[in-house]
Write a protein that binds this ligand. Structure first.
Ligand code: FAD
Ligand code: 2HG
Ligand code: ZN
Length: 476
C-alpha cells in the first residue's frame, strides 16, 4: 500500500496527505458520532487538476473514494467504511471564491468554500445567497450541493438545487466535466447538473459551482410565536403568505420538549415568552423594499404585528414577541438552531428527516407522536423543523439515563412505525439530509422497483467500478 501512498503524495504533496491515525481521525467519524470508519489516507487536493489526477490513480488501482466537505452530514455519507482500503478525498483546501458577478447575480466558487463565507461575500456586494442552516459555519458548498441541502429559507428561495446554475465535476474515470455555465436557460439534452446534485458523492466529485444570488432584503421582521397546535401553525402560515405580500422567508415549528433541551444545554438561552406553551413558530418575513423613513405603517414589523394581533383574536396565536432589533432576532434563531446540538448533549436520539404535504402536517404530527409512544412509551419525541416545507425533524430522544446501545435496540421499530406512517401520508423518508449509509435499507424498502432499477442503472453506467462512495444511497 505504501506504493499508492507515494503516488498520492506525488500528486498532492505533503500538505495534501494525511496518513497518521491522529490526523485522520476527525475525517473518519461523522458529526453525530454514529459511524467510525478507517481509511488508507485522507487526501486533500488543492485544485481540480489534482482531484482529477487522484481519481485517475484510484481508478487504475481500484481504490474507492469517499468525498468529504465540512463533514457535517447527518446520514454518514462522508464517512468511509471500516475496511481501511478507501481514501477520504477532502475538498477543504479548495476554498477560493473565484468570481462574483453582481450584475448577473452569480458567484463562482470552489467546492470547499464554507457556506458562511459565501453568504458573507454575497453580502459585501449587497447580494444574498439564501441557503442557510445551523451548520453554515463549517459545511461546504460542495457538501450542500451533493446533499441538495435545505435549511430555513427553502419556502421562499428553494433548496440547494434551485440555487445553482452550473457545475464542474470530476467523473469516476478522472475526467473533468466543465458544466460551469452561468445560464438560466439551457435545454441541450439530459440535465447532467441535476444528476450530480443530491448524488452524495456517488457519481462524481463536484469541484466548482456557479451559484445564483438574490437581492438582499432591506426590511426583515422576525417573530417568536406560541401557538396552540401544529394545526394552528399551518393555518398561521397559510394566512401569512398574503398578509406579508408573499414575503414569508422562514417558518419553523418547535415543541416545548425541544425548547426545554435548548434552555438546559445552551448557556445564555432565554425563553422569550413569560409562560410555557406546547408549540412555537419562528416566523421571518423579508422584503427587498426598504421601510420608508417616517412612515410607521410601511414596515414589515408593523404588518406582522397587525397580522399576529388578528391571529391572537382568532385563537391561532396564544402569545408572540416580535424582535425589536437584530440581537433579539438572532436570539430567537439560536433557540431554533441549537436544537441539534442540544439533542446531542442530552444523549442518544433517533432522527427522522421526513416530509409530507404542508396541509398533512397536523394529522401526521398527532398520529406520529402516538406511533412513537406505542412502540416505546418512555421515549421522548422532539419534533421540530421546516413546517413551511412540510419537512419535520421528527426526532426521538432516548429515555433519561439510557445509553446509546440500549436505546438503539428500539430504533428499527420506532423508525419503521414513523416511516410507514410517512408513506401512508404520501411523504418522503428523507427530505433534506439524504440517504448516506444511514437509510440505504429504508430507501430499498420504500422506493419502487422501477425507481431503484433506474438509480442502479445510472450508477453502474457512470461508475462501472463502483469506486465513488460505494455503499452509500444504493447497493449495486
Ligand atoms: P459532508 O458532510 O462532508 O458530506 C455530505 C455528503 O456529500 C457525503 O455523501 C459526501 O461524500 C458528499 N460530498 C461532500 N462534498 C462533496 C463534493 N465536493 N463532491 C461530491 N460529493 C461531496 N442539512 C440540511 O439540509 N438542512 C439543515 O437545516 C441542516 N442543518 C444542520 C444543522 C447541524 C447542526 C448539522 C450538524 C447539520 C445540518 N444539516 C442540515 C446537515 C448538513 O449540514 C448538510 O447535509 C450539509 O449540506 C453537508 O455539507 P458538508 O460540507 O458538511 O458535507
Ligand atoms: C435542522 O433543521 C437540521 O436544524 C438538523 O436539518 C435537524 O438535528 C436534526 O435532526
Ligand atoms: Zn433541517
Amino acid at each position: 500500500m505504501s506504493a499508492i501512498i507515494d503516488k498520492l503524495a506525488a500528486i498532492v504533496g505533503e500538505r495534501g496527505l494525511i496518513t497518521d491515525p491522529q490526523g485522520k481521525h476527525p475525517y473518519l467519524t461523522d458529526w453525530r458520532e454514529n459511524y467510525l470508519g478507517a481509511a488508507l489516507a485522507v487526501v486533500r487536493p488543492a485544485s481540480t487538476e489534482e482531484v482529477a489526477a487522484v481519481v485517475k490513480l484510484c481508478a487504475a488501482e481500484r481504490v474507492a473514494i469517499v468525498p468529504q466537505g465540512g463533514n457535517t452530514g447527518m446520514a454518514g455519507g462522508g464517512t468511509p467504511d471500516q475496511s481501511g482500503r478507501e481514501i477520504v478525498l477532502s475538498l477543504n483546501r479548495m476554498n477560493r471564491i473565484l468570481e462574483i458577478d453582481p450584475i448577473g447575480y452569480t458567484m463562482t466558487v470552489e467546492a470547499g468554500v464554507v457556506l458562511e463565507t459565501i453568504q458573507e461575500a454575497a453580502a459585501q456586494h449587497d447580494r444574498l445567497f439564501p441557503l442557510s442552516l445551523a451548520a453554515q459555519g463549517s459545511c461546504t458548498i460542495g457538501g450542500n450541493l451533493s446533499t441538495n441541502a435545505g435549511g430555513v429559507h427553502v419556502l421562499h428561495y428553494g433548496n440547494a438545487r434551485q440555487l445553482v446554475l452550473g457545475l464542474e465535476v470530476v467523473t469516476p474515470a478522472g475526467e473533468v466535466w466543465d458544466g460551469l455555465r452561468a445560464l438560466k436557460k439551457d435545454n441541450t439534452g439530459y440535465d447532467l447538473r441535476d444528476l450530480y446534485l443530491g448524488a452524495e458523492g456517488t457519481l462524481g466529485i463536484i469541484t466548482r459551482a456557479v451559484l445564483k444570488l438574490w437581492p438582499r432584503p432591506k426590511d426583515t421582521a422576525t417573530a417568536w410565536i406560541a401557538v396552540p397546535s401544529p394545526e394552528a401553525a399551518v393555518a398561521l402560515l397559510s394566512g401569512a403568505h398574503a398578509a406579508s405580500e408573499d414575503n414569508v422567508t422562514s417558518c419553523e415549528l418547535m415543541s416545548r420538549q425541544g425548547i426545554d433541551l435548548v434552555l438546559k444545554h445552551i448557556p445564555g438561552s432565554v425563553d422569550p415568552l413569560a409562560e410555557r406553551h406546547d408549540w412555537y413558530v419562528l416566523m421571518e418575513w423579508g422584503s427587498t423594499r426598504p421601510r420608508r423613513a417616517g412612515d410607521n405603517a410601511s414596515g414589515l414589523a408593523e404588518k406582522m404585528e397587525g397580522y399576529l394581533g388578528e391571529a391572537l383574536e382568532a385563537g391561532q396565536v396564544l402569545d408572540a414577541a416580535i424582535a425589536q432589533n437584530e440581537a433579539q432576532a438572532r436570539a430567537f434563531w439560536a433557540l431554533r438552531e441549537n436544537h441539534s446540538e442540544s439533542q446531542k448533549r442530552e444523549g442518544p436520539s433517533i432522527k427522522h428527516d421526513i416530509s409530507v404535504s404542508v396541509s398533512r402536517i397536523p394529522a401526521f404530527m398527532s398520529e406520529g407522536l402516538a406511533a412513537m409512544k406505542r412502540v416505546l412509551p418512555e421515549c421522548r419525541p422532539v419534533p421540530f423543523g421546516h413546517v413551511g416545507d412540510g419537512n419535520l425533524h421528527f426526532n426521538c430522544q432516548g429515555p433519561p439515563g439510557w445509553d446509546k446501545a440500549r436505546f438503539m435496540t428500539h430504533a428499527h421499530a420506532i423508525s419503521g412505525a414513523v416511516y410507514d406512517l410517512v408513506v401512508s401520508h404520501g411523504g418522503s423518508i428523507s427530505a433534506e439530509h439524504g440517504i448516506g449509509q444511514l437509510k440505504v435499507d429504508e430507501l430499498a424498502h420504500y422506493r419502487s422497483q422501477i425507481e431503484l432499477d433506474t438509480m442502479r442503472t445510472i450508477k453502474r453506467a457512470l461508475d462501472p467500478q463502483n469506486l465513488m462512495n460505494p455503499g452509500k444511497i444504493i447497493r449495486v
